[in-house]
Design a protein around this ligand. Structure first.
Ligand code: CDP
Length: 246
């Protein structure tokens, strides 16, 4: 969260630096089955983000001491490629990617029927090929589609979006400049059917009223994003079987 005050992020008409209105999402496109050797996969393009999620499993967890006799272990690994950002990122895991991998794993675990696969492991690889703010949420949203497309039983999908505070205004789905120079960034992910919140992190500060406004905006957007996820899965099942797989 930057503090550069001379960058104008909202104009006189209330429009944002990329021309969007406060509650407008960036374009989102999801495609499933983009990798032949994964059990399930999805490519998400969300604004300037381009992220692939690949799922392998469930298979027997190895080494054995990682096994849980009651449920499958869900292991997501979020990785940002060196070339995905303006300034080359040092390849390999770092504190940020480890934290993101952990919160994404936990969010997915609440959606997957892990109790059906004792001693198993489900691996989910999230590769950020192009980053443009909101990658943890875009990666998680794609990962949920990839898990569903692998045929792994789920209670629900996981759908996410961010809201934030920019030039004193609460806006939806921050772009890179808003993320860098805004006052707050609030990524949230939910299980859309139950409305259960499974990921929430915040950077910056906002009042309780602004927080309520931001979460309200996210919850509205979740419905739209969930529909895009479902359409991607529907396309998959329509293409492969000629029927709608709902
Ligand atoms: O991507 P997300 O918003 O989930 O996480 P963040 O840590 O708030 O990062 C915001 C954005 O900063 C990323 O989406 C990237 O575009 C950028 N970034 C970067 O340029 N270099 C990094 N090492 C990390 C993030």
């Amino acid at each position: 969260m930057g503090t550069v005050s001379d960058i104008k992020l909202i104009d006189e008409k209330g429009l944002r630096i990329d021309g969007r209105s406060p509650e407008e999402l960036r374009p989102i496109k999801i495609e499933t089955d983009v990798l032949n050797r994964a059990d399930g996969s999805a490519l998400i393009e969300w604004g300037g983000n381009k992220i692939i999620a690949a799922v392998y499993g469930p298979r027997e967890a190895y080494p054995k001491h990682n096994q849980d006799i009651n449920k499958a272990v869900v292991k997501a690994r979020y990785n940002m490629e060196a070339y995905s950002v303006d300034e080359r990122k040092r390849p390999g895991p770092d504190r940020r990617s480890m934290e993101i991998s952990k919160v994404i794993s936990e969010a997915l675990e609440s959606a997957i029927m892990v109790e059906q696969f004792p001693r198993a492991q489900i691996d989910i690889f999230i590769e950020v090929m192009q980053a443009d703010a909101g990658t943890r949420i875009a990666g998680l949203t794609a990962a949920a589609v990839a898990v569903a497309s692998a045929g792994i039983p789920m209670r629900d999908l996981v759908t996410g979006c961010t809201a934030g505070k920019v030039d004193g205004h609460i806006v939806l789905d921050l772009c890179k400049e808003e993320d860098n120079f805004g006052q707050a960034d609030l990524p949230i992910a939910v299980l859309p059917k139950s409305g259960k919140v499974v990921l929430m992190q915040m950077d910056g500060d906002m009042s309780v009223e602004e927080f309520d406004q931001a979460t309200g905006m996210v919850m509205n957007a979740i419905k739209r994003i969930n529909q895009i996820q479902r359409d991607a899965l529907k396309n998959k099942f329509e293409t492969s079987t000629g029927e709608v797989g709902e």
